[in-house]
Design a protein around this ligand. Structure first.
Ligand code: MG
Length: 378
């Protein structure tokens, strides 16, 4: 049970509830139940074998989608507790935010988006919502996990205007340019704190990037070069961990202070007032935000475009597009459950229905399952 919560935080009492009404649980609130449903889902278990940046056979010490999601949840909970927001809701959103990711990270996402271009494209973030709303099969009377409105709203971080127009109430804020709850805003930034830091950590430990690559981002460079100097006689890995540890703490503290001031200045008292604003209230200070953006640019230029990562990327694109094309020609190669869905969808929307089923099937694959499917089908 939460000890203290702000008036502008989401609570069970003000929740818009579930699409299919359910009897309340004896001792777990609705957001605890959301979190538990996510942890027990098939899509969540599969995150362990899905690429973050490094494919799994590159080594066992790098992040996967699962450990990434757990790190996001950890950071988000710290932030929520300090800002008196709903800790259980942020945990649920954080654990679910990447459920729709394809195998092979952004390579898989880009390839599937291209394959689906004639059928509305593919967005991994929207796919996360599809997983919890449609694809998980747990209940006899409806598809999906029947999560609360607030968890679903938090999962859908971004959405094209075109898609927003056809998905109902969750799409409205993208059309109207309004804000989601503070809990949703918070997880979005916790996600970026987590991935920037762990990609930096994985990048440095793998040797694909060096501390000198960070020079253009003074905030990060200073911390790393200080730690490196101090540890000249010590363990290089410890110096990296110490720097990352320090940076996460500084970023979290900056986010707490800045957001607290913004909330105070805005004088919001309710969730509805938060959602009516044009600007988010959860934010970094301008100085940190600039450095944060610089770091993103450095990681893009040095790590994500590194020839070794690029080779993994190209390979991922080949796996995903080959599987897609083969299954579009031969949907009977899919497991029976997917074939049945495919037939139903084809009756409704013909080829688009087939493409959607194939894309759902591929998006659900782990890296290693996709590799074995690629070998079998080609
Ligand atoms: Mg993420």
């Amino acid at each position: 049970m939460l000890e203290k919560i702000a008036s502008y935080a989401v609570t069970e009492a003000t929740s818009k509830g579930r699409v299919h009404p359910e009897t309340p649980h004896d001792y777990r609130n609705c957001f605890q139940r959301d979190r538990d449903r996510i942890i027990h889902s098939t899509a969540f278990r599969r995150l362990i074998y899905k690429t973050q940046v490094f494919v799994h056979h590159e080594g066992d010490s790098y992040r996967t989608r699962l450990t990434h999601s757990i790190e996001v949840a950890q950071i988000a909970r710290t932030l929520a507790r300090e800002l008196l927001l709903n800790e259980e809701l942020v945990e649920a959103i954080a654990l679910a935010h990447d459920l729709g990711h394809t195998p092979f990270g952004h390579a898989g996402q880009d390839a599937l988006d291209k394959c689906m271009s004639a059928f509305g494209g593919f967005e991994h973030n929207y796919q996360s919502l599809r997983v919890v709303d449609q694809l998980e099969q747990r209940y006899p009377d409806f598809p999906g996990l029947n999560l609360t409105h607030e968890t679903r709203e938090g999962i859908l971080k971004h959405c094209s205007k075109k898609r927003a127009a056809i998905i109902g109430d969750l799409g409205q804020r993208f059309t109207n340019n309004t804000q989601p709850t503070l809990e949703a805003q918070l997880v979005d930034l916790a996600d970026s704190i987590a991935y920037n830091n762990h990609d930096l950590d994985d990048g440095l430990r793998s040797g694909l990037i060096n501390v000198s690559d960070l020079e253009e981002s003074p905030f990060f460079y200073k911390i790393f070069s200080q730690a490196e100097q101090q540890s000249r006689q010590q363990n290089h890995m410890v110096a990296i961990y110490q720097s990352v540890r320090k940076i996460i703490d500084l970023m979290v503290t900056d986010l707490i202070d800045t957001s607290r001031n913004k909330i105070k200045a805005s004088k919001v008292e309710t969730v509805e007032e938060v959602k009516g604003l044009e600007q988010p209230l959860i934010a970094f200070s301008d100085t940190l935000f600039k450095d944060h953006k610089r770091l993103k640019a450095i990681l893009r230029a040095k790590l994500y475009s590194h020839s070794k990562v690029e080779t993994m990327y190209q390979q991922g694109v080949i796996y995903v597009s080959t599987i897609f094309n083969r299954l579009m020609e031969n949907p009977e190669e899919m497991p029976e459950r997917h074939q049945l869905i495919c037939k139903k969808q084809e009756e409704l929307t013909q080829k688009a229905g087939r493409a959607e089923t194939v894309a759902d099937y591929i998006a659900g694959m782990t890296d290693r399952y996709a590799i074995s499917e690629y070998s079998r089908l080609s």
